[in-house]
Ligand binder design. Structure first.
Ligand code: SF4
Length: 352
């Protein structure tokens, strides 16, 4: 395969072509994914973000994997929308300890009018610190997307979750079309898109094909593609779903890398249950973004210092954020944290 051929960014992937990638021998698939990865990224850099839950639980949606849904009793501690000052304090701490992007998540069907001014102030405040900003607040209409973009929000996260065919087995309170409409509103507003899905929810292999083809065939690829491994939370309908073969998860990352060569593919929820060796293989497959900190919204995430120790063992450096409002040496700070990672003390307490 020539470099030129592989640099073509396609939006017309057919299911059979995507299936053929999944069907490749594992080593061939990883080699192909890593070869493409190297055309577009430094293979020894990984982007790191911090995630804060700004409003937790009592969500009216019925996503069957989610402990924040009001439909399931998971014993989750609920929390109203945080005060702007408290969010900014968390962002400041994350920045001081080396984060380049600060993501804020609220368990809403969609933001309501009353909450928007607070949310917009959070975006402005975090951005003023020189951090990249990301939010996930549920569905957005055109006006809300425009307001967030005007406030300076860089990324909006809205996952497709799974294939269109499997979607109604996972969520019944909104449609796949609703999801696509929000993504369109985000794109039209000029913000970057973070959108991916969850693997291991009992979906068929064809649903993984369907999810990745949907993402890759959007008019513009999401700049960030989180691929989550289901965290089976007791109390949710997914608590007893069959275990996923870890190699099948890695295949998904590799195929995502091949289909969306210039996107950051994020190794997202489920890392807590992955060995260091599995995470290393995920990076080899083309994953080049993680959340760090102790919590990933409401499910456990490996402690930050453990992540940095793994980075050091693998010779990986945190990627520097390319932001026009970046005002200092964040990468330098992050690299210092990597060097400090072999100390016993965690450098980041993400008590979100
Ligand atoms: S995944 Fe998001 S929208 Fe779905 S129940 Fe959880 S918080 Fe609500």
């Amino acid at each position: 395969m020539s470099a030129t051929a592989e640099q073509i960014i396609r939006h017309d992937w057919q299911s059979a072509e995507v299936q053929a990638l999944f069907d490749l021998p594992f080593n061939d698939l990883l080699f192909k994914a890593q070869s493409i990865h190297r055309l577009h990224f430094n293979p020894n850099e990984v982007q790191v973000s911090t995630l804060l839950s700004i409003k937790t639980g009592s969500c009216p949606e019925d996503c069957k994997y989610c402990p924040q849904s009001a439909h399931y009793n998971t014993g989750l501690e609920k929390q109203r929308l945080m005060e702007v000052e408290a969010v900014l304090k968390k962002a400041q701490e994350a920045k001081a300890k080396g984060s380049s992007r600060f993501c804020m998540g609220a368990a809403w069907k969609n933001p309501n009018k009353r909450d928007m001014p607070y949310v917009l102030d959070m975006v402005k405040g975090v951005r003023a610190m020189g951090l990249e900003t990301c939010m996930t607040l549920g569905m957005l209409d055109e006006e809300q997307a425009g307001q967030l973009a005007d406030a300076g929000l860089d990324y909006y996260n809205h996952n497709l979750d799974t294939s269109p065919e499997f979607y109604d087995k996972i969520i019944t309170t909104r449609t796949y079309g609703d999801r696509l409409d929000t993504l369109q509103n985000v794109r039209d507003s000029g913000m970057k898109i973070c959108s991916g899905g969850i693997i291991g929810m009992g979906e068929r292999k064809t649903d993984r094909v369907g999810l990745l083809a949907q993402l890759a065939n959007l008019p513009v690829h999401p700049e960030s593609v989180p691929i989550n491994m289901l965290v089976k939370v007791p109390g949710t309908p997914m608590e007893n779903v069959e275990d996923l073969d870890p190699l099948d998860f890695i295949r998904c990352l590799a195929v995502a890398r091949i289909l969306m060569p210039k996107s950051h593919v994020r190794l997202s929820a489920g890392r807590e249950e992955m060995s260091d060796e599995m995470q290393a293989m995920c990076f080899l497959a083309g994953a080049n973004s993680i959340f760090y900190g102790e919590c990933l919204l409401t499910t456990p995430n490996p402690e930050a210092h453990k992540d940095m120790q793994l980075f050091e063992r693998l010779g990986i450096k945190p990627e520097q954020a390319i932001v026009d409002h970046d005002d200092d040496g964040q990468a330098e700070q992050l690299n210092k944290q990597v060097q400090k990672a072999d100390t016993a003390q965690p450098f980041y307490d993400a008590s979100v």
